[in-house]
Design a protein around this ligand. Structure first.
Ligand code: URA
Length: 213
């Protein structure tokens, strides 16, 4: 899978371990997901071009540079677990435009996807679109989300950011978007009968915000 990057920075490992730990509190879990978003965006900037420029210091002139295209990033936030994830990303993608989509995966065997809120900015052809969802499990939700995004235009790059992914999920999304890039902190080996990642970290939305009732 040549377009898959597993971000294995020591800080990523540490925060992921905290997020996986069943004893981690709701507040600490959200903070870990926030930090993972920030770290992933930071690492992703390595894949962006930089533009050379000169800068005057108090004592002379130095070569310098800036990130090219930081204003072309569009984040798509998949409710609800991506809220702290995206909040962290803004630290390194400060000028990102943002789309929000609520997509909900139903039960097996079909895993039907219910989409009930879509607000996506117009996508231009020089944009870099980052679809953020902490758990890339079966890939059904993200494939549907990416189709909705594609209706707003085709970007220069399409990247999926997850905290944990599965090979199955990446393959499923790739069927519809073969040129997409995948960035994740870990690839886990299995899905259970409900489509949850094993060992994973549980239900990311529930752990970040509390169970629905
Ligand atoms: N969504 C989650 O929150 N957790 C999983 O393991 C899979 C999907």
């Amino acid at each position: 899978m040549k377009r898959v990057t597993v971000m294995d920075h020591p800080m990523v490992k540490e925060q992921l371990t905290l997020a996986r730990d069943r004893r981690t509190s709701q507040v600490a879990f959200r903070k870990a997901i926030y930090r993972l978003g920030r770290l992933m965006a930071y690492e992703f900037l390595r894949t962006m071009e930089t533009q050379d420029e000169e800068v005057e210091t108090p004592l002379g002139v130095s070569k310098g540079g800036r990130v090219k295209g930081n204003d072309k990033i569009v984040i798509i936030l998949v409710l609800r677990a991506a809220i702290p994830f995206v909040e962290g990303m803004y630290k390194n993608f400060p000028m990102a435009r943002t789309g929000v989509i609520s997509a909900w995966r139903g039960d097996p065997p079909g895993f039907p996807i219910e989409v009930n809120y879509v607000k996506i900015p117009r996508i231009r052809k020089d944009d870099v679109v980052v679809i953020a969802d902490p758990m890339l499990a079966t890939g059904h939700t993200l494939l549907e989300v990416a189709k909705r995004v594609a209706k707003q235009g085709r970007p220069r790059r399409l990247a999926f950011f997850s905290v944990i992914a599965t090979v199955q999920g990446i393959r499923h999304v790739s069927k519809g978007f073969p040129r997409a890039e995948f960035y994740t902190c870990a690839i886990d080996p299995a899905l259970d009968e409900h489509g949850y990642i094993v060992p994973g970290l549980g239900d990311a939305g529930d752990r970040a915000f509390g169970p629905p009732r």
